[in-house]
Design a protein around this ligand. Sequence first.
Ligand SMILES: Cc1cc2nc3c(=O)[nH]c(=O)nc-3n(C[C@H](O)[C@H](O)[C@H](O)COP(=O)(O)OP(=O)(O)OC[C@H]3O[C@@H](n4cnc5c(N)ncnc54)[C@H](O)[C@@H]3O)c2cc1C
Length: 485
Amino acid sequence: MASSQTQTSMEKASPEADKDWFKQRIWCLSGNKVLTTSDGAAPPAQTLARHIYHPRSADEIAALVKSSPATTPIACICGGHESSNAAALASSDAVILDLAHLKSIEFHRDDEGTLVTVGAGALNRELVEALKHHQLALPVGTGPGVGVVGYIVNGGLSGYFSRRLGLLGQRAVKLTMVTAEGDIRVLTPEDELFTAMLGAGSALGIVVDVTVRAAPESVVQSAEQRIFSFETREQAVEFSRSALGFMKEHALPDESVSMELVVTGTKALVVTVVFYDSFRGSTTEFVKPLEDLAASLNLPVAMEFHWTSWYETAAALWPVIDGMKGSPLAMLQHCMGTKDIPDDEILEFVSDTAVSQAPLDEAELSILEIRTLGGAALSGPKLPSGNCHHTFFADLITLYDAGKKKAGERQAIADLTRRLVEKARNVDNLTVDFSGTHSQPDDADYMVSAADIFGTEAMAENVKALKKKMDRNNRFRFHPFAKLI
Ligand SMILES: Cc1cc2nc3c(=O)[nH]c(=O)nc-3n(C[C@H](O)[C@H](O)[C@H](O)COP(=O)(O)OP(=O)(O)OC[C@H]3O[C@@H](n4cnc5c(N)ncnc54)[C@H](O)[C@@H]3O)c2cc1C
């Protein structure tokens, strides 16, 4: 039986079907997994797991968990976008539950408004389209194929919307999960496991669905995007230096807007400002100093966009991300940020070192995203995610088509990325890799900090204690926090 078919029996799919499954379900390979090993070969790009199941309900998941020995490791795949491929690769004694069939997206009302229950196989694009239909909004991530539940259980954030709407997990009110023992549980905020599931969930259980409180689409007034072309890295650094000064002065203290500057390997500087419902004033006047800055540096406007709805803003990057392809696509992902409004030395590090030294020429699909965060993400309930403790955030995504690079070039890209991340770690008050969704846990000899990634020491201890209690045999071991818990 091919892996792509519905399969709840113990039949083994053919190696070819497993290979195809991996290719279809995995967005990219970790940039560490396309490097040659000591014997000169890159590890095979296919799952090691012995079975791949495609359950269709909580009952089927529970039955699968119960029917396998209590020590059998279990991995889950939702959207297949996690940066280290831990769950998709798994191990030879593991089984994978591919949750793609749990696609339901259901809307309900209560006294306070509209709730949405999202199944564990639903993708970001599907949720955004469904919300559009109901004139609603949520703080979704950018990637169209990112799994909604995969994003929530790792504490995902929205660069465009979290400042106004918090993290998606902060809007959760109910969650259905299956434990390591195969029991189905419905959790609400009163359960101690509930909060932990919204940042460390991939280590604690199998989520079947999550119910979140939606907001009206009117929370977003409009958004402006300007794309300026640059030729030399010096130009990108100079623009970034002043644009980050603008961000510090005008965007970070003003929670009615969010701002993002993206520097790309395709030599573009992309500035996006999202104006929330509380914004008063002229949106064109707000972005004019950034246009003037580009003009003063002779950087031409390549494109200009005005979005007038939450939906247009949420879907804006889909064509760009859909165009990122490789055979395979390789990615390394690291983040750095500050809890408060950053001091000038940190902004200088981001422009003069990060923008200057990011491997944008070597890995031409790479981007450095520099964003405002904070706002509702900071003031909302505390989840086990560094994302709800940070006000300012830069995400270095090293991305390239590994099929077009020689072994030495892939290694050089990994080395350049590592060198930059090491420099960031030496900058006072800059936290590095505080996010379960934006860090690369498979970097060799590199420890992320549990307190940073889960937000605080106390939260990290709580997650560790719950992991011990809920999953004694560490069945759920293929997740971004494997080095920590
Ligand atoms: C193009 C792109 C855009 C992105 N944009 C953003 C963004 O805007 N904001 C952001 O925060 N992150 C973003 N990310 C990161 C992304 O949110 C995380 O990698 C996320 O964990 C991916 O979820 P997934 O379901 O797609 O991946 P998967 O690899 O399927 O799952 C990720 C992890 O969650 C576990 N998991 C998945 N489903 C379940 C479940 N039902 N129960 C328990 N555990 C489960 C898996 O076992 C795995 O460990 C982006 C990544 C990419 C590649």
